[in-house]
Design a binder for this molecule. Structure first.
Ligand SMILES: C[S@@+](CC[C@H](N)C(=O)[O-])C[C@H]1O[C@@H](n2cnc3c(N)ncnc32)[C@H](O)[C@@H]1O
Ligand code: SF4
Length: 406
């Protein structure tokens, strides 16, 4: 790891020359820019979750955290000078724990410092357990354009097994309110839950589709290291059953007019998530907040940043002028794999023009791997587009690993 100027002790101003100095890459243009804002608290830690989320020890330090975010943003501004922002994602944790007035302040602080594109998408993650009447409308009035509701399941027994703070009735009420308050919204569901049968998964998917969500994110429950589930693993459906569940989800969403445009994402026409698409298309994102990750491009390099993870530590560092805990320049040899980890998740694949523009590398850098992927029936391609086949999508990690540095 190379510590960047912002990672140095004290409130050192960002030394732009450090980012602009010559390097081995030549980026033709800078990609679109998004902003990610992490709010790291939850009512209760879920036993499967390895996100940077914490139960607050007392009252939420909302104003102090918003002060820290503002300081963090101001320190980062020189790195994105003059660039427009196409999307903002306020994620967590549970951002809906913050008051609508707090979210209003956050969006106002951002607007005053960054140029937001006219159609800038602003997503906020919400947990049905933090739902109360009119709260979602107040988020909308604060400038949020898209709500993402963490439903996970509509089955009370499964919600209990997942340690969720909400029940089916709250999930339904939250979905109804999201639909009433927002033109576009997302529901998060998980499948292959402890003890879940195919019939129960179908009931969850049917219920989700009955709410007519413009967007669905459906994740296979994974047991992450350092979680309660890793220590005390629940009995989960076998792999074969999980594949069957995935197939049913794809059939049911398709029949309801939704398209699976990414491994876990389904949308009606016109409702794809701009913010996540930008990640998958290897766009840039500034990440502010505790533990937030960022990826920023410059004329001759691509840089990744991580903020301090612990909320208290983050606030202290941000307020004293250096929120960045780690900064690394992505090695030239790692760029093809990093690009493919994202771009091959998309059903429609990517254009070779975007590859060269966003990595600064010639197409010849991936020529051999592309030939091999094509010979194995994992991608199709023409002079511009590369698209994973059905088989490539099913064996995605095998396909991606062809692009690992040799
Ligand atoms: C940061 S959370 C979203 C909002 C909010 N914290 C909540 O849980 O309601 C993002 C989503 O990731 C998914 N997720 C979290 N941990 C997961 C795991 N171990 N396996 C699969 N999906 C997971 C859940 O669907 C969750 O809604
Ligand atoms: S509410 Fe969401 S972020 Fe919080 S612990 Fe549960 S899954 Fe993780």
């Amino acid at each position: 790891m190379a510590a960047g100027p912002a990672g140095a002790a004290g409130a050192a101003p960002v030394d732009l020359a450090h980012y602009m100095r010559p390097g081995t890459l030549q980026l033709g243009a800078l990609p679109p820019l998004s902003l990610y804002v992490h709010l790291p608290w939850c009512l209760k830690k879920c036993p499967y979750c390895d996100f940077n989320s914490h139960e607050p020890s007392g009252e939420l330090p909302e104003q102090a955290y918003l002060d820290a975010l503002l300081a963090d943003l101001e320190q980062a501004l020189p790195l994105v000078w003059g660039r427009g922002v196409h999307s903002i994602f306020i994620g967590g944790g549970t951002p809906s724990l913050f008051s609508p007035a707090g979210i209003d302040r956050l969006i106002g602080d951002v607007r005053a410092r960054l140029r937001l594109e006219a159609d800038c998408e602003i997503t906020l993650e919400a947990n049905p357990g933090t739902f109360e009447k009119d709260r979602f409308r107040a988020f909308r009035a604060a400038g949020v354009t898209r709500l993402s509701v963490g439903v996970q399941s509509f089955n009370d027994a499964h919600l209990k097994a997942l340690g969720r703070v909400h029940d089916r009735a709250q999930a339904l009420a939250a979905c109804e309110e999201a639909a009433a308050a927002f033109d576009t919204f997302n529901l998060d569901l998980m499948y292959a839950l402890p003890g879940q049968t195919l019939a129960q998964l179908e009931a969850d998917a049917r219920q989700a589709l009955a709410m007519a969500p413009p967007h669905l994110s459906i994740y296979h429950l994974t047991i992450e290291p350092n979680t309660l589930f890793a220590k005390h693993p629940p009995a989960l459906p076998e792999d074969d059953e999980a594949y069957e569940m995935m197939d049913r989800i794809t059939e049911m969403t398709q029949a309801a007019g939704m398209q699976r445009y990414e491994v876990s994402a389904y949308a009606r026409p016109g409702h794809r998530c701009w913010h996540n698409l930008n990640y998958w298309q290897f766009g840039d994102y500034l990440g502010i907040g505790a533990g937030a990750h960022g990826k920023l491009s410059f004329a001759h390099r691509v840089v990744r940043q991580v903020r301090y993870r612990d909320p208290k530590l983050y606030m202290d560092h941000a307020l004293s002028g250096n929120a960045v805990a780690q900064e690394v320049e992505v090695a030239r040899a790692d760029l093809p794999f990093e690009f493919m980890l994202n771009a091959l998740r998309l059903r429609e694949g990517f254009s070779l023009r975007d590859f060269t523009e966003r990595t600064g590398l010639p197409v010849s850098a991936i020529g051999k791997a592309l030939d091999e992927a094509q010979a194995k029936g994992l991608v199709t391609r023409d002079f511009d587009k590369v698209q994973p086949t059905e088989r490539g999508f099913d064996f995605l990690s095998d396909l991606q690993s062809l692009f690992l540095p040799g």
